[in-house]
Design a protein around this ligand. Structure first.
Ligand code: CA
Length: 230
């Protein structure tokens, strides 16, 4: 589980970063909206912790851009938890109506933040940041281990990133553009070709029947096997 923490307060940011890291989560910590946008476009993440009062603007602006699918590489449904000292009912409503999935008022206890992050991850991805399983295909995020029917499969970094992204969003078609931007950073020339090559290798390693091509759009991993068989 990769978390983008957008928080300009040094003590709080550091405390949250350490607490999440201790839970085995990967944390990218930025302190401005600018850096957050750059990080989302280049590296992506699975969940966003968003402060509202930031040096270069309001976190709600970024939230709006995310929900209108205006941030490159994001598919518009990234889970967002707001962390803010703004504690009136109107503040909370404007955050939730703006598309946030949850709102935690500062100051908060770290244990509550961790519990809400796990709950949000479960709601969004059906797993709490550690293990995802789809029909015998298992991905264990902390160790980056992938296995099929108990047999370990060796994947390259790009293949692992592609598989993880698809497994975390089962039953949702991910467009070629989103997959390219999130998993193949820097491969601007022939990104399309590169994606096909990685996808072919990935399918060969994990076996057919997991990744379905949606012609002209992208790829999806179905929770249920095609045809309805378990
Ligand atoms: Ca702040």
């Amino acid at each position: 589980m990769k978390i983008l923490l957008i928080e300009d307060d040094l003590d709080l940011g550091n405390g949250v970063r350490i607490a999440l890291s201790e839970q085995g989560m990967e944390v990218v910590w930025v302190r401005t909206l600018d850096d957050a946008t750059r990080s989302l476009a280049h590296d992506g993440c699975d969940l966003v912790l968003l402060d509202l009062g930031l040096p270069d603007g309001d976190g709600l602006t970024l939230l709006g851009q995310l929900r209108r699918n205006k941030v490159p590489g994001d598919s518009g449904d990234l889970p967002v938890l707001i962390l803010s000292a703004r504690d009136t009912l109107d503040d909370r409503l404007s955050g939730l109506d703006g598309g946030a999935d949850d709102y935690l008022v500062k100051p908060f206890v770290l244990a509550e933040l961790l519990s809400r992050v796990r709950a949000l991850a479960r709601r969004s991805y059906g797993f709490d940041g550690e293990t995802i399983e789809v029909r015998g295909l298992v991905l264990h995020a902390p160790t980056r281990r992938v296995s099929v029917a108990g047999r370990t499969v060796e994947l390259t970094a790009s293949e692992y990133a592609l598989l993880k992204m698809l497994m975390m969003r089962t039953d949702r078609v991910l467009t070629r553009r989103v997959l390219e931007e999130q998993t193949l950073p820097g491969s601007q020339t022939n990104a399309s070709n590169t994606l096909d090559v990685h996808m072919a290798n990935l399918r060969r390693k994990i076996g057919e029947g997991y990744i379905r091509t949606v012609r002209g759009i992208g790829y999806v991993i179905d929770l249920q096997a095609p045809g309805g068989a378990a």
